[in-house]
Design a protein around this ligand. Structure first.
Ligand code: SME
Length: 194
């Protein structure tokens, strides 16, 4: 009886020591950067913050071209698996290439033509899951396999579209769309505030 209860206590002591050693090792690994404690949480936090970070970046900027250029550089480097990101601005029912990141692209797109032209007309976001399967699509870069196009609306009128391309099929999710829509609102508000 006594022996058994002693063994029980010993078990608890061993378990306690084991937990201490485990915690010590985890803390050491975090400090030594062997384990990144944010590695799982970070992408989620980052995605939620993307529009807020963009807003901070554009704070006080007073030139349209600077707002658009800063936005492309920021978003292009913030997003993973993107090969082209840029604006086409709207003028006389036509889209014209604006600031962008990536290879040179088509310079003019009529309303209704391609993914960008369709969004210019509908003023609704569009996700192309597979460019090879898409009808009414303009292939500026053959390596692009999926695409997301978002309208930038100022006072109910189309100001520009934001086009984001990827070499991966089905790169853009509904969640991506929501986060990037929030970014387009920030861009529209920045331009309106000039
Ligand atoms: N694919 C677009 C044209 C623009 S480029 O992808 C940069 C479209 O179908 O409108």
């Amino acid at each position: 009886m006594w022996k058994a209860s002693f063994l029980k206590n010993e078990d608890i002591v061993v378990q306690f020591l084991f937990i201490i050693i485990l915690q010590k090792s985890l803390i050491e690994n975090i400090y030594l950067k062997k384990v990144d404690k944010w590695s799982i949480l970070n992408p989620i936090v980052e995605a939620f913050m993307i529009d807020q970070k963009l807003k901070a970046l554009l704070e006080g900027v007073k030139e349209e071209v600077t707002i658009l250029s800063l936005s492309t550089a920021f978003l292009y480097h913030e997003l993973c698996d993107v090969n082209w990101l840029g604006f086409y601005y709207s003028k006389n029912n036509q889209l014209y290439l604006g600031p962008f990141q990536g290879l040179p692209a088509c310079i003019e797109i009529p309303y209704g033509k391609g993914a960008c032209g369709r969004v210019a007309r509908s003023k609704e976001p569009l996700i192309i899951a597979d460019t090879h399967e898409a009808a009414n699509y303009i292939a500026c870069h053959s390596e692009t396999r999926s695409e997301m196009v978002l309208p930038i609306i100022i006072d109910d009128a189309l100001y520009a579209i934001l086009d984001i391309d990827s070499v991966s099929i089905n790169r853009f999710s509904e969640e991506d769309k929501q986060h990037l829509l929030a970014c387009t609102y920030v861009i529209a508000a920045s331009i309106k505030s000039i």
